[in-house]
Ligand binder design. Structure first.
Ligand code: PLP
Length: 389
């Protein structure tokens, strides 16, 4: 145990289990620990480092803005916030022409629920089984996993969960009390489960017919992860609200709720926050959008994601039950627990993360190269081989 591990253990609440390693540096799809050991990073800051760790364009934009102005409350106009809002609403799915800025995914979801109640005058929110939307009380009420919910009940009233990818379950649930329906296009934390395009379009249409708002949570799938800038594009979805966060600002904390014209009339002063839309974060967000475009990272996610999945599928691995994915969000469902696999990968220089107990999840920077993917797949092969032996 290093000094840093002892220090953290003594000062931390210890809510999250920790890996036995001190990470001190990152670049692109690589990480280094305090002993100098190098890793290929398929965690990517839990899907935040889409442009790679410490991308020089983002780093420079942050450094430059940190010398000019760090904080500017939302009650003032600001040059960077104006530019980010313009840039983001221009690339967003059609109709999402206004945005609310905050600091995390859970806050982007909270805002969506508050706005949905105000815009519809209704209170109900429908979410999906296995869905994940964050851990503050409102977002947690939409999150499905009992492990996250149970210790903190009672949660917010008015939330229900229905089976994902099941049209009739949704048809039976949306009624004239429903303010909004929230869904992920790919359920990330829930095990990398791919939403069916016809299902998602049908839910959108049902919401329109019955006066509920269609809220899409792209906190994990946004900014190129699935091989489109937003996963909504794969299916032509036009949500009333789109929740964004993780990869939006090169790994810095940020969140945004994009709104269509169906979402208006939120009373003055009724919602807000201190840090949201700060100039440094906005500079990072603008730089991130520029890098995604200039380096063709969305295309890279699409092509290299397919390459990655094909390579995994070609392994002779009886322990693998199923491989799911879209672009560079990839889940490998195992026939048993994934913890020993994660440990084996880390020992051999590859970082990956779980999605539940049995799914091995990869969320690498979208700039990951084919050579790096080859190395990851070879390592997965070696680890699975050593477990089966
Ligand atoms: C991570 C995540 C959230 C919560 O984001 P935080 O920034 O951790 O609050 C919400 N929705 C989805 C789909 C996520 O993946």
């Amino acid at each position: 145990m290093t000094d840093y591990q002892t220090m953290e253990n003594q000062a931390s609440m210890g809510i999250l289990p920790k890996r036995d390693v001190v990470i001190v540096r990152g670049s692109g799809a690589r990480l280094w620990d305090s002993t100098g050991k190098e890793y290929i990073d398929c965690i990517g800051g839990i899907g935040t480092a889409n442009v790679g760790h410490c991308h020089p364009t983002v780093t420079e934009a942050v450094a430059r803005q940190a010398e000019r102005l760090v904080i500017c409350p939302d009650t003032f106009y600001n040059d960077l916030r104006a530019e980010l809002g313009t840039a983001l609403t221009r690339v967003a799915p059609e109709g999402l022409d206004r945005l609310f800025l905050c600091n995390s995914g859970t806050e982007a979801v909270e805002a969506a629920f508050k706005f949905a109640r105000v815009a519809t005058g209704r209170t109900g929110i429908i979410a999906a089984q296995r869905g994940f939307h964050g851990r503050t009380f409102g977002a947690l009420s939409a999150t499905w996993n009992p492990k996250y919910r149970a210790p903190f009940e009672p949660l917010v009233p008015g939330f229900t969960h229905v089976k994902y990818n099941d049209v009739s379950a949704m048809e039976e649930s949306i009624d004239d009390e429903t303010a909004g329906v929230i869904l992920e296009v790919v359920q990330g934390e829930g095990g990398v489960r791919i939403g069916d395009g016809a299902y998602l379009n049908r839910v959108e249409a049902l919401c329109r017919e019955r006066g509920a708002l269609f809220i899409v949570d792209e906190v994990q799938t946004g900014f190129g992860r699935t091989g489109a800038l937003f996963a909504c594009e794969h299916h032509g979805l036009q949500p009333d609200m789109l929740c964004l966060a993780k990869a939006m600002a090169g790994g810095l904390p940020v969140g945004a709720t994009l709104c269509a014209e169906t979402v208006r009339g939120v009373p003055a002063m009724s919602h807000g926050n201190t840090f949201g839309g700060g100039p440094v974060i906005c500079a990072a967000g603008l730089a991130t959008l520029r890098v995604l475009e200039e380096e063709g990272l969305v295309e890279n996610a699409r092509k290299n994601g397919a390459y990655f999945r094909d390579a995994l599928a070609a392994l002779d691995a009886p322990f693998v039950r199923e491989i799911r994915g879209m672009g560079l969000i990839i889940g490998v469902e195992m026939k048993g627990r994934v913890t020993p696999i994660l440990r084996g990968l880390m020992e051999r220089g590859v970082m990956a993360l779980p999605a539940g107990n049995t799914v091995l999840r990869f969320l690498p920077p979208l700039s990951i190269s084919r050579e790096e993917i080859d190395q990851v797949v070879e390592t997965v092969d070696a680890v699975l081989g050593s477990l089966e032996a």
